[in-house]
Design a protein around this ligand. Structure first.
Ligand code: NAD
Length: 487
């Protein structure tokens, strides 16, 4: 891989708002996007005010009718061209993500692949939107059920997967024929801005996707949500913010999709293949430096194998290289900002005070940047705060259980239900766990399961709706029933 010069690449990333197909300056003072590995500014970008938020919605509303009429094949082809251009620019895109978010380059490349697949998948789904036709049971009329684009959508994305979280929303919206206003996280807006340039090159009509970057998040977002022309909100982020947005969305009874927090159990039974389970947990825990909604948060291990599992995991973790994501061989990049390091440190300290055994790590890394050591805790009590809270950092915390009933009770002992991981070689046990764990997704003997062709989403306080798969486009369609009498 040949990565471009950082300064030259950053100069190519647009630093403006994208409204109605034009790049425009923000009305407020530009804000800095920082490199979390050094704390220094990478670039200053446009800071929209509330009027500009509404201008972005105006553009989406103006483009909606024509876009809904564009042939599905044509919409699909725009996505397919965007997919191809993204492949050509994959090194640039990966480097932008590493610079603004901190993940190691190899993982950023993985996100280009994963994020890009939503473009390809929905380029194919655009032409497969089906309704149905049937005779009324009474035999007196014909029933037509058709699908239509919901209308202008507001898409709000988090910082942890800046490309994939954007493509997972923008691609199905385009495929379905919805226009949108996109608001990326202010910590990592560069990826979205660079991606939208790709959509522009792929031939997306003006106004179909509009991007606003801002530091006045609530002040800019609330008027958009309150505007009766908006029809849908799709949000990925924390549960607390999602709950607030759902309240705002009640005013106009918006269609809502909410991809919220997680607290994934990772259950290892005594009959598991421990090598596979160790490999699985390393991927499920340390990918993205632990900053994933799908991160294994509570590692539940049968008491008979817990110490051996902890020993093998610690051996691997102790070899992890810490550093800037651009350095060769780095596994643990910085956390996204200093506040995140403080939160992780406080969770680890309170777990140790509650009786967890610290097997590795357990400290922030002194010096520049927002680094925390990869950490392993064993025998963490299920009453501790770290068991309840989404850790969002490189901390692997093991809690033991005695039997299957206790494993299920502990796995379900959370208000979240996004993803669960189960490792067992017993097929019947695996099937019982599929039935009994309250979760939107499950990895059975595997630690990474996200795929553009599969429905991603949670139950309980992890959210509403699904992204990806056949289900993903449905979030941007409404169903219309028409009855017509027999001739
Ligand atoms: P966050 O909730 O702080 O922010 C998410 C987005 O919402 C950002 O763009 C932010 O600017 C915006 N936002 C914040 N307040 C807002 C308001 N009042 N009005 C409108 N927009 C507002 O979350 P984060 O820290 O960026 O991301 C981490 C969280 O996201 C974690 O809880 C993680 O589990 C969750 N997440 C969930 C999924 C999923 O698919 N379920 C995927 C990735 C991340």
């Amino acid at each position: 891989m040949t990565y471009p010069n950082e300064a030259e690449l950053l100069a190519k990333v647009p630093g403006q708002l994208f409204i109605g197909g034009e790049w425009v300056d923000g009305a407020d003072e530009p804000f800095a996007v920082n490199d979390p590995s050094t704390g220094t500014a990478l670039k200053h970008i446009a800071n929209a005010n509330p009027e500009q938020g509404i201008q972005a919605l105006d553009a989406a509303v103006a483009a909606q009718e024509d876009f809904a009429r564009m042939a599905p094949r044509e919409r699909g082809e725009i996505l397919r061209r965007a997919f191809d251009i993204l492949q050509e620019r994959r090194d640039e895109m990966a480097l932008i993500m590493t610079l603004e978010m901190g993940k190691p380059l190899a993982e950023a490349q993985g996100e280009v692949t994963y994020g890009g697949e939503f473009l390809r998948w929905f380029s194919e789904e655009a032409v497969r939107v089906h309704g149905r036709y049937g005779t009324q049971p009474e035999g007196t009329g014909r029933m037509i059920v058709s699908k239509h684009p919901v209308g202008p959508a507001f898409l709000i994305t988090p910082w942890n997967f800046p490309l994939a979280m954007a493509t997972r929303k923008i691609a199905p919206a385009i495929a379905a024929g919805c226009t949108s206003v996109v608001k990326p996280a202010s910590l990592t807006p560069l990826t979205t801005l660079y991606f939208v340039k790709i959509l522009e090159e792929a031939g997306l009509p003006k106004g179909v996707v509009n991007v606003i970057t801002t530091r006045s998040t609530a002040a800019v977002s609330s008027p958009i949500i309150a505007d009766p022309r908006l029809r849908k909100i799709s949000f990925t982020g924390s549960t607390g913010v999602g709950q607030g947005l759902m309240k705002e969305a009640t005013k106009n009874v918006l269609r809502t999709s909410m991809e919220l927090g997680g607290n994934a159990p990772f259950v290892v039974f005594e009959d598991a293949d421990l090598d596979k389970a160790v490999e699985g947990v390393i991927a499920a825990k340390f990918r993205n430096i632990g900053q994933a909604c799908t991160a294994a948060n509570r590692i539940l291990v049968h008491t008979d194998v817990a110490d051996e599992f902890a020993r093998r995991v610690t051996e691997k973790v102790s070899s992890f290289k810490i550093g800037r994501g651009t350095e060769e061989g780095v596994v643990i990049g910085p956390l996204v900002e200093d506040k995140a390091v403080d939160k992780v440190a406080s969770l680890v300290d309170s777990a140790v005070a509650a009786g967890a055994e610290l097997l590795h790590g357990g400290k922030r890394v002194e010096g520049d940047g927002s680094f925390y050591e990869p950490t392993v805790l064993n025998r963490t009590p299920s009453s501790s705060e770290i068991f309840r809270e989404e850790i969002f950092g490189p901390v692997l915390s093991i809690t033991t259980f005695a039997d299957e009933e206790e494993a299920i009770r502990l796995a379900n002992d959370t208000e979240y239900g996004l993803v669960s991981y189960v490792f067992t070689e017993d097929l019947k046990r695996g099937q019982r766990l599929i039935d009994r764990i309250e979760t939107g997704m499950m990895g059975l003997n595997i630690g990474v399961l996200s795929n553009a062709a599969a429905p991603f989403g949670g139950v309980k306080m992890s959210g509403i709706g699904r992204e990806g798969g056949f289900e993903g486009i449905e979030e941007y369609l409404y169903t219309k029933y028409t009855l017509t009498p027999n001739p």
